[in-house]
Design a protein around this ligand. Sequence first.
Ligand SMILES: NC(=O)c1ccc[n+]([C@@H]2O[C@H](COP(=O)([O-])OP(=O)(O)OC[C@H]3O[C@@H](n4cnc5c(N)ncnc54)[C@H](OP(=O)(O)O)[C@@H]3O)[C@@H](O)[C@H]2O)c1
Length: 480
Amino acid sequence: MDRARKDLDACQELADIIELRLDLIEDFDLPALLKLAGKPCIVTNRCKMDGGQFSGPEEKRVDILRKAIDLGVDYIDIETSTPGPLLKSILENKGTAKAILSHHDFTRTPDDLNPLYDLMCQLPADVLKIITYATDINDNLMLFRLLARAKKDEKQLIAFCMGEKGEVSRILTVQQGGWLTFGSLETGKESAPGQIPARILKHIYRVNELKLESKVYGVIGDPVSKSMGYLIHNKAFQAAGLPHVYVPLLVQNVTRFFNAFEPYLGGLSVTMPHKEAIMKSMNRIDPAAERIGAVNTVVPDGNGWAGYNTDYSGALKALEPHGPLKDKNVLIIGAGGTAKAIGQGVVDQGAILTLTYNRNKEKAQALADQLQCKLISIRDVDQAAVDILINCSPSGMAPNVNDTPFPARLMKPGMVVFDSVYNPMETRLLKDAQSAGCTTVSGVELFVHQAAGQFELWTGQPAPVDLMRQVVEEKLSPQE
Ligand SMILES: NC(=O)c1ccc[n+]([C@@H]2O[C@H](COP(=O)([O-])OP(=O)(O)OC[C@H]3O[C@@H](n4cnc5c(N)ncnc54)[C@H](OP(=O)(O)O)[C@@H]3O)[C@@H](O)[C@H]2O)c1
């Protein structure tokens, strides 16, 4: 009860309606909780089978809901799994309370939810709730279709998917006509898998403000849970007065996802491992992205889609304040995906590029052939002429913050040192470079400019770059 009191207090600025999960509160005092809530409440007493903690007899479980009805509660939640006679009796004797008839599937999303919905429609409930588990990102679309049907039928429906692959429907359900979405009070206080903190739903995804015309953007990748895109892009849309939303999309099969989700999308960011596979779904590919062989941004293009690479343009933007690249000696550490995009950028600007290989010479040689540049071993960097050094390897990234891919003794005043690693923001490489009097460019600049490039391609408006940088720096700053 002590914790419940504190939680109710914390709910006040976030929730429009509060669910009291009585099965999770020991020795609850319902009249006191209802008084403290001060907002419409849903009283729920979940049994184990539906993901709750109540373990007593069903009669006793439902009796607690009856008491809530007697106390004048706004809503009770009753599961379709409740034994028939108990379910019927509570639905027919709910007094002034409204009944939410709920169904949970914690393992999957069935191919056709219509038969279940039809059955539930036959019972005298006020709101239907159908929650399934997403084993594939496309499962969310089944729930969107059901929401469209409920809208036509003028039925109030709560519908979304649980699990990490279901986050998109938790965010978009209200936009798609759902009656509400659930948010946790904070990370670690989720009452179901994949629940998003209410503060993020409200202030970052702006779920209360989304309209059907709000365009949906997102990042596809695997994994996507660490991506900062949702913060930077949602804040940028908000600052620009745009009603759009940006969501994480945990995708395994890119083509299957894109074919199904396309009508819902305004554009996409694409991250590992899908930057090459997405190209097949594009009607047009920007020449720079074509040369690189990777797309990180998907933009509507007439009746189809175009692919761009803003790692390429973002890296050039980050280097722009430090003078022209033409005829400069650029040394890139690494020969992976980032080296490919940035290497292509500096070569296109007329720089003299040298790449390094570490363990995998064959792969690095293929990139050096593609970019028609020199390749040396990472152990021979002291022989390279360097005006601009760009780290495109993970060396120095947390937790290995004492690593550096380039010896400090080779750094000279006037050199530009650009680290694509942004975690930490100030890597050992950048600290060494500052001590040696070099000009430094942090990985935050690359991240911010590639995101700003995406924003500009999607909206046709200049990106709020300073705000985007502030969002990233705040997120990456060590927490006290
Ligand atoms: N700021 C941003 O927005 C942004 C965006 C993307 C990436 N990044 C950063 O860029 C880094 C590289 O990403 P990626 O996608 O290109 O990775 P990747 O494809 O895995 O390539 C990493 C490259 O670094 C080389 N390497 C690994 N450890 C090394 C070391 N200790 N010394 C020298 N070379 C080393 C690897 O060579 P071998 O395979 O031969 O070992 C490989 O060529 C990431 O770790 C990330 O921090 C930043």
